[in-house]
Write a protein that binds this ligand. Structure first.
Ligand code: NZQ
Ligand code: ZN
Length: 389
């Protein structure tokens, strides 16, 4: 196990009806005037936004609103949020929604006290040294932004989708009521399940030795997610299944299973280029990239892929070579994604083969990955695998 520091300071308030606590939580963490940030309208239609406003009113916390955040959130609303906070003297950012609303809120929180362009942080030109506090109400188990130190924003100029990790990005609190996810379209639920599994697998495929504890934690999470996803897809009011997914999505990405081990993240970085170019849902980009990446790299450590296949996907090793077991695990994982309605190929994810060189060339810094380090030519090969059935 490698040396590490781990601080996950978020207060998680989990369960039925917990959105009524949001006003007192904002006050608990020092907020006196809040900016509510939300997406394209699901929280309006479900009545959640009205409930959040009622809770803020009851706690005596005035607020402003910023709606319209799109999936793969863009920089324009970040600038708008920074402007509103400054003009109105707001001191707390309150996203109500999924990763896109939360990530927008994190970027706004960074930008308000900064005397410059918030994008400086996302392109590595400056480091966040102070930020407004933020806390969230989560409506989709997926990105894990409710417990992570990350935020991912697309800069409209240049169409650059970039992530930023800083401890300022850990929310002060996260309200997590699984009932709020009952209204999710199946496709969004499937995207979320794929994304949380991907967060675990980015950490699982490592060159670090003697990490059996985090291996086992990761495998337990993956199996629980697989089983709960099948139930949640079959019954959109199955509370226990949705509760399992909601908590698993947080655990998948607050780094509980990633500490002390080198992590990969190539599939995410290549997936971000697909989302930036075609506006593909994040989970859908991963459903295509992860199997392709695995098929390309499994020979680097077949034993690890055999462990993954047998422990997570219950592949029967009898009569199979290690290579066959490894490949059967990858096939089982991809079949599971497809069974939920996820795309199997680059084309199904909205992409086209002709763009592969440009996509590969754009991956951050021209190389990616740690399990196997990938240069643009290798990224192109992986994208070609993703383009095949
Ligand atoms: O916009 P609204 O109308 O709210 O609809 C959303 C959106 O269309 C809908 N939705 C969410 N909750 C719902 C609901 N519809 C009905 N009922 C509900 N309860 O779902 C759609 C997707 O929402 P979004 O917030 O985009 O989903 P997600 O949580 O998957 O976030 C994706 C973004 O997070 C980034 C991704 O790259 C992507 O931009 N990520 C953020 C990470 C982080 N901050 O740690 C890590 C991830 O790897 C990821 O990169
Ligand atoms: Zn992700």
């Amino acid at each position: 196990m490698l040396n590490f520091e781990f601080c996950s300071p978020t207060k998680f308030v989990f369960g039925k009806g917990m959105q009524s606590r949001v006003g007192e939580l904002v006050k608990e963490f020092g907020g006196t005037r809040a900016l509510i940030v939300y997406g394209g309208g699901s929280v309006v239609r479900s009545g959640l936004l009205a409930q959040v406003k009622d809770a803020l009113d009851a706690a005596g916390v005035p607020y402003e609103e910023l709606g319209g955040v799109k999936p793969n959130p863009r920089s324009d609303l970040v600038y708008e949020g920074i402007r509103i906070c400054r003009e109105k003297g707001l001191d707390f950012v309150l996203p109500v929604g999924g990763g896109s609303a939360i990530d927008t809120a994190k970027a706004i929180a960074d930008g308000v006290p900064y005397d410059g362009d918030f994008w400086d942080f996302y392109c590595g030109k400056a480091k966040v040294t102070k930020a407004l506090p933020h806390g969230c109400v989560l409506t989709i188990p997926a990105a894990g932004s409710e417990g992570s130190n990350s935020s991912v924003i697309t800069k409209i100029e240049g169409n650059l989708k970039r992530g930023l990790s800083t401890e300022f990005h850990r929310p002060r609190f996260a309200v997590m009521n699984p009932e709020l996810t009952f209204t999710l379209p199946r496709y969004q639920l499937a995207c979320g399940v794929t994304d949380m599994m991907a967060h675990i697998m980015e950490r699982y495929f490592t060159n670090t030795k003697d990490v059996d504890l985090t291996d086992r934690l990761a495998e337990a999470l993956l199996v629980s997610i697989r089983e709960a996803a099948a139930k949640a897809m079959a019954d959109d009011h199955d509370y226990e299944a949705h509760a399992t997914l909601m908590w698993a999505g947080m655990l998948a990405h607050n780094n509980s299973v990633g500490v002390g081990r080198e992590q990969d993240w190539a599939s995410h970085q290549i997936g971000h280029e697909i989302s930036a170019k075609y506006d593909t849902a994040h989970g859908a980009s991963l459903a295509v990239m992860f199997p392709a990446w695995m098929k390309y790299v499994y020979q680097h450590d077949v034993a690890r892929f055999v462990q993954f296949a047998t422990r997570v996907w219950a592949v029967d090793p009898a009569g199979k070579s290690d290579e066959e077991i490894a490949l059967a695990g990858i096939e089982a994982m991809q079949a599971f994604f497809v069974s939920m309605g996820m795309p199997a190929t680059l084309e199904q994810a909205g992409g086209c083969k002709e763009d592969i060189p440009a996509l590969a060339a754009k991956v951050v810094n021209g190389k990616t990955g740690h399990f196997v380090e990938l240069l643009p030519a290798q990224i192109e090969e992986i994208l070609h695998i993703a383009a095949e059935k």
